[in-house]
Design a protein around this ligand. Sequence first.
Ligand code: NI
Length: 226
Amino acid sequence: MLLAIPQVLSRAEAASFRQALEAAEWADGRGTAGYLSRQVKDNAQLREDHPLARQLGGKILDALDRNETFISAALPLKVVPPLFNRYAGEQSYGRHVDGGIRPVAGTPHRVRTDLSATLFLSPPDSYDGGELIVEDVAGAQSFKLEAGDMLLYPANRVHRVAPVTRGTRLASFFWVQSMVRSLEQRTILFQLDNALRVLGRDVPDHRSLVEMMGVYHNLLRQWSDT
Ligand code: NI
């Protein structure tokens, strides 16, 4: 399931993020890449322990806590503190896979990367290229979302970022360990939750609604680790 979640941050919040990030000190993105990814990765990143990364990352985590679509789709158990990257002047990130386990810098914690997230921070008309391209057995899908919108996708997909040929592309990226490890099960729960929300709105007094809600929660109990 590839899911574009609109307005995780408002346009105004994304603009204030950009203003802060444009003034920050950036490091070479190869610093956090594995030995294979290093050969195809060409971007800049904020250091994981950069105070601005902590501060803006905290705001993103707060926004995710309030976002019902994210909670329903990801069923998050742990979220890696968000990181930030910048592409400009033909920079790109070639085909690669993300590591299956992500250590959390400065802590003994590790996160299994079930889901990858990219939160776009730059307006799409402010730069050329920079699409996030996610491969699938059926082909590749290309995403260039509005500032403040976020793409959530299974972390096991080969993906890449196309060269940025004009302007600057700022984004935040991070990984999620889900309470429900299986993509199929997570997708069923997301579909059921969406259907229940519509039924709850349209026929709130239906006598089977409570039992259907019970089925959702029983499946969640069956399938989740906490
Ligand atoms: Ni990646």
